[in-house]
Design a protein around this ligand. Structure first.
Ligand code: G7M
Length: 299
């Protein structure tokens, strides 16, 4: 993720003072860095309202739940919790089978047998992502939906997309927390503090940092990295995605990912390139922006 510092400064100055000063409210708002100490979830209770999405293949489930129903707020608050079984780590996998593994036999037939294996604590973690409190927009974001491709001209962007996004965008407070070292400071991989070209390189929320790429993190050559911007992004603060070429990263399809090198070259040739050209992207069928853009495209 990258960001230009002057742009950040201007934006910060324009924002309310509490965004600048660490306060108890921020603690309550879940700002913090990693710790090896056991912690509690930022809410109590969890009543499942809806399974927003699930995939048996990816071993992931997205839940909308009501929380804190016991704390006087009878209707509770909304939270999104994403539970994902993490991939095996080749260097640890043998430990699952050595010693006396905790096993339950399912069946045995000739040379074939299957078991339930209950892994030790350090090999059985579930990546858990919490969005709390979650807004209606978060619930929409995580719900599986049909998509439609749309083509957006420069005029569409100025007249429709930009005003719509300005009224709708998800908060980017989490980005300021990273840049101000109030959150995720221990995860920073690289930082350039330059006042005009500065940026922060940090692992994505979606990445568990355990897959093979972490082992090779410092040896992955540029030729094995896919470096791109999203259009449309989910969060409106300039950032760049770096993903290993062998990994089919979500959002790396042609309808969303724009290779950084090509974006730079296009802008070097013509600084107005992206203001002029038509861009194609996919929107969910229930996204109001889709209807707004489709209206302009009807014959
Ligand atoms: O280009 P787009 O806006 O879609 O990408 C934003 C990226 O930021 C996504 O890949 C998210 O997974 C990632 N992301 C979102 N949040 C809320 C966080 C966060 O709090 N920390 C980090 N490290 N990444 C995030």
């Amino acid at each position: 993720m990258a960001d230009t510092a002057p742009q950040l400064k201007r934006k910060r100055e324009a924002e309310a003072e509490e965004a600048e000063t660490p306060s108890t409210e921020e603690k309550e708002a879940g700002v913090g860095n990693g710790t090896s100490e056991p912690v509690r979830l930022p809410f109590s209770g969890f009543k499942v309202q809806k399974v927003l999405r699930e995939s048996a293949r990816d071993k992931i489930i997205f839940l909308h739940g009501k929380v804190n129903e016991d704390s006087g707020d009878t209707c509770g608050e909304d939270a999104v919790v994403i539970l994902e079984k993490t991939p095996f780590q080749v260097e640890h996998v043998a430990q699952l089978l050595t010693g006396s593994p905790d096993l339950k036999l399912q069946f045995s037939n000739d040379i074939y047998s299957t078991y339930n294996l209950f892994p030790p604590r350090h090999l059985s973690d579930i990546k858990t992502t919490v969005v709390y409190p979650a807004t209606e927009k978060h619930l929409q974001k995580y719900m599986r939906q049909d998509l439609r491709l749309i083509r957006e001209t420069g005029d569409d962007y100025r007249n429709i997309t930009l005003p719509h996004l300005e009224s709708q965008s998800l908060s980017i407070q989490w980005v300021y927390n990273i840049l101000d070292k109030k959150a995720e400071a221990d995860r920073i991989v690289f930082e350039n503090p330059d006042s005009s070209d500065g940026f922060v390189l940090i692992p994505d929320l979606k990445w568990n940092q355990q897959q093979e790429a972490i082992l090779k993190r410092y040896q992955v050559t540029g030729g094995r990295l896919r470096v791109y911007l999203h259009y449309l992004p989910s969060y409106y603060h300039l950032h760049v995605h770096f993903t290993a070429l062998g990994f089919e990263a979500p959002g790396s399809g042609v309808e969303r990912a724009h290779l950084l090198a090509e974006v730079i070259e296009n802008l070097e040739r013509d600084p107005e390139y992206y203001q002029q050209r038509t861009l194609t992207f996919a929107l969910r069928t229930d996204d109001p922006l889709l209807q707004l853009l489709q209206k302009t495209q009807q014959p």
